[in-house]
Design a protein around this ligand. Structure first.
Ligand code: T1G
Length: 699
């Protein structure tokens, strides 16, 4: 018997148990063990039915994703799936935890499925750029219907046991002990003379589909799946399920699965899956570092950011005090929060009771004294060092010993802020991204003196408030914004060289970004960028640097908020403004900047290679711990599509040699100032290695 799959008998019921921590993934030993155990089951005359169950925290949570980057060894999962299904004695899957991907596919190979109420089932392969490649695209439509199956596979979202039962995926929800319940279910089958229910033999009722069902379905998912490869392959598999005999459709599924698996998109999305788990691992802060208890939070500053930040804590039941300087500002802050909750209530995504509960957890105040028992205080006031220093001086006076003092600054020096207090070890940066109650990224800025338990506390807190916490060090712009500056710089430069904003933004949108750089600049506010540029001590010595932003701000064109910026605005809709390119041409003449014919490829190259080079400098300086951390920052905070995997994964997909030669090409045209390759890029281009290989070798 294998170590990860055991065979035993409970009376006349065989118990086949998988025990492969942490999530019972279907690694090669598990597939071999299952094949062996079901052979034993069929050869065991005393076993009249079988229960497939898992030890540990969950039923099988899928194929072993770590196996995908090497040749998958036999027996492949579909073969084991059909061995289970072809058993002539009934097999019952007993589900707890999350039966996901290959786990649910294995459960659907079984003739029946029972689950505890807390269990979830799903086919999330699409989030890995894959499709359910072990007959899941054929079984789920047979069990739950075509529409439910498509929705589950395209969204990747799991269903609760109750929902799965209601849809016919699960046959019974078990109260009490799962194994006992599953054995009892199997006994009932035997008593009732019920044999195997072979899912593949269930006919899909194609007549129930409207003539344009698949065309309409494709339209309905187009916006949410823009640029992704796998979703269309899933729809094709379900079309095959409806129109082809089962094994022909399974063959089609396998062909499309291999296309997905070998795609750069899936490599990028699988990279992100592991990257999002790696971010929590801090080499010099062990996992068991004791965290401080955070029972009460205070937010100083009730503006858009402060209000959004406060909501994150109220949403998870943590009381928050919101402090402002005067009643008018405080009322405005509370109204921002109220309207942020009213939106989802109106859309039915939040109940009025839930909103009321969250609102009741946010206590407004004008007095610093009310912050004295807060465990964590987050400052979200005006982005100038003088104002922040004043706030931290007050916090130093009133906050209790052991309180964590955090700044939401997006660029200022957290070490300088810490130095203005008597407790620099308790000071950290918590950089939320607007809208703070929506964006999942949280840059956790570790100061030179920040205590390890403060780091551990904030990393754990990020998970609690459902944020992706990425630990970064102090520099101007930390990781995300610092890499965004050269990206904006190149977009601005190309405007002076004759590339209209609407064209550049369209090219970038088609590449996959949620919004082009000019649209983002207008959304964030050109004055915000202009102020940063003015405050930036080491600003490049280049008169053309973001010149158009400065000119437009001087004309009162601040972006969306003033009705005009790089674009004119009809409501929130950006409209190209010929005046802007006229101004750009005038400025280019004054600056002696030639108009250029710039291809779409050059637009993408200059924007993203400038960003990648800054990322390499950030790694050289130790501001980010790993290249994959940078990728998490960009896919959670800057609208980079998951199928690109992030800037550093994108660089790896291009090859660092190509990145390096692009840098040299632009260096020849523009000089060393912006286009000198980072030392790490020089090194990797020479060695032919990727950022990922370099990171793995560092250990
Ligand atoms: N393969 C390998 N390792 C996995 C894994 C998997 N499927 N799932 C999780 N891990 C590791 C993870 O990297 C982490 O490792 C540890 O387990 C705990 O995970 C053929 C092709 C199950 C909901 O997509 O969604 O089946 O960091 O931190 O928050 O059609 O893990 O500790 O070293 O996430 O409690 C489809 C992926 C695969 C499910 C648990 N299945 N996993 O969440 O723990 S493709 C999935 C999850 C497939 C078939 C197709 C979650 C979880 P480490 P964790 P968690």
């Amino acid at each position: 018997m294998s170590e990860v799959v055991s065979y035993a008998r409970d009376g006349r019921i065989a118990i086949i148990m998988v025990d492969n921590p942490p999530v019972n993934a279907l690694s090669l030993p598990v597939r071999q063990g299952l094949a062996q155990s079901f052979q034993t089951f069929m050869a065991d005359p005393a076993a009249l039915a079988a229960v497939l169950i898992c030890n540990g925290r969950t039923f099988i949570a899928g194929a072993d994703i770590t196996e995908f980057d090497k040749p998958i060894e036999e027996p492949w999962l579909p073969k084991v799936i059909h061995q289970i299904e072809d058993c002539t004695k009934p097999v019952v899957a007993a589900i707890h935890g999350t039966a996901l991907g290959g786990g649910l596919e294995t459960a659907m190979a079984c003739h029946y499925r029972v689950a505890v109420a807390s269990a979830q089932v799903g086919l999330p392969e699409v989030s890995l750029g894959l499709l359910p490649g072990a007959t899941g695209t054929q079984r789920l439509p047979r069990l739950a219907g075509v529409r439910t199956a498509l929705d589950a596979m395209i969204s990747g979202k799991p269903l609760s046991a109750a929902a799965a039962h209601q849809k016919g995926i699960v046959d019974q929800v078990i109260d009490g002990d799962l194994k006992a319940g599953a054995v009892a279910f199997a006994e009932e089958l035997l008593k009732g003379g019920k044999g195997p229910r072979v899912i593949r033999n269930i006919k899909i009722d194609a007549a129930s589909l409207t003539p344009n069902f698949f065309a309409d379905y494709r339209k309905s998912i187009a916006r949410d799946t823009r640029g992704f490869f796998a979703p269309e392959q899933i729809v094709k598999c379900v079309e095959a399920a409806v129109s082809l005999p089962y094994f022909d459709a399974v063959k089609r599924e396998n062909e499309l699965f291999m296309q997905c698996m070998n795609s750069s998109q899936s490599k990028a999305q699988r990279h992100l899956f592991f990257a999002e788990r790696e971010v929590a691992k801090i080499p010099d802060v062990p996992k068991d570092t004791p965290a401080r208890t955070i029972k009460k939070v205070a937010v100083v500053g009730g503006g858009t950011m402060g209000g959004g930040i406060a909501m994150n804590f109220a949403n998870v039941g943590i009381p928050v005090i919101l402090k402002e300087v005067n009643q008018e500002a405080l009322d405005r802050g509370m109204n921002i929060i109220r309207s942020n909750y009213e939106g989802p209530v109106k859309k039915g995504k939040l109940s009025q009771a839930q909103m009321d509960k969250c609102m009741a957890l946010i206590q407004p105040t004008l007095n610093y004294a009310d912050l004295s028992d807060a465990d964590l205080v987050i400052e979200a006031v005006f982005e100038t060092m003088a104002v922040k220093m004043e706030v931290f001086g007050k916090l130093d006076e009133v906050c209790k010993v052991g309180a964590i003092l955090a700044s939401n600054t997006s660029t200022l020096n957290v070490d300088e802020i810490a130095a203005s207090t008597k407790r620099p070890a308790d000071v950290i940066g918590l950089h939320f991204f607007a809208p703070a109650n929506v964006m999942t990224l949280l840059e956790i800025v570790r100061g030179a003196k920040t205590a390890k338990d403060v780091v551990a506390t904030c990393m754990a807190l990020a998970k609690t408030i459902r944020k992706m916490g990425v630990l970064v060090r102090v520099c101007f712009g930390f990781v995300g914004n610092r890499m965004y500056f050269p990206y904006i710089r190149e977009a601005q430069r190309m405007m002076l060289e004759g590339v209209a904003p609407e064209r550049l933004d369209r090219v970038v949108y088609e590449w996959g970004m949620a919004m082009g750089p000019h649209g983002v600049s207008d959304l964030s506010g050109l004055d915000v960028f202009d102020k940063l540029n003015k405050e930036w001590k080491d600003k490049p010595n280049d008169p053309a640097y973001c010149r158009m932003i400065g000119l437009l701000v001087a004309k009162g064109r601040l972006g969306q908020k003033s009705g005009a910026g790089i674009y004119k605005y009809e409501g929130r809709n950006p409209v190209p403004d010929p005046e802007v390119m006229k101004l750009a041409r005038q400025e280019a003449t004054a600056l002696k900047i030639p108009q250029l014919e710039i291809s779409d490829e050059e637009i993408i190259e200059r924007l993203f290679i400038a960003m990648i080079n800054e990322g390499a400098l950030i790694l050289d300086e130790g501001i980010a711990m790993r290249p994959s951390d940078i990728d998490v920052v960009y896919c959670h905070g800057y609208g980079m599509p998951r199928y690109r995997g992030g800037p550093m994964q994108y660089a790896d997909s291009l090859g660092l040699g190509r990145v390096h030669s692009a840098m040299q090409k632009y260096r020849a045209r523009y000089g060393d100032l912006y286009w000198t390759p980072a030392p790490l890029i020089e090194k990797l281009a020479k060695s032919g290695k990727t950022f990922a290989q370099w990171n793995a070798e560092r250990g």
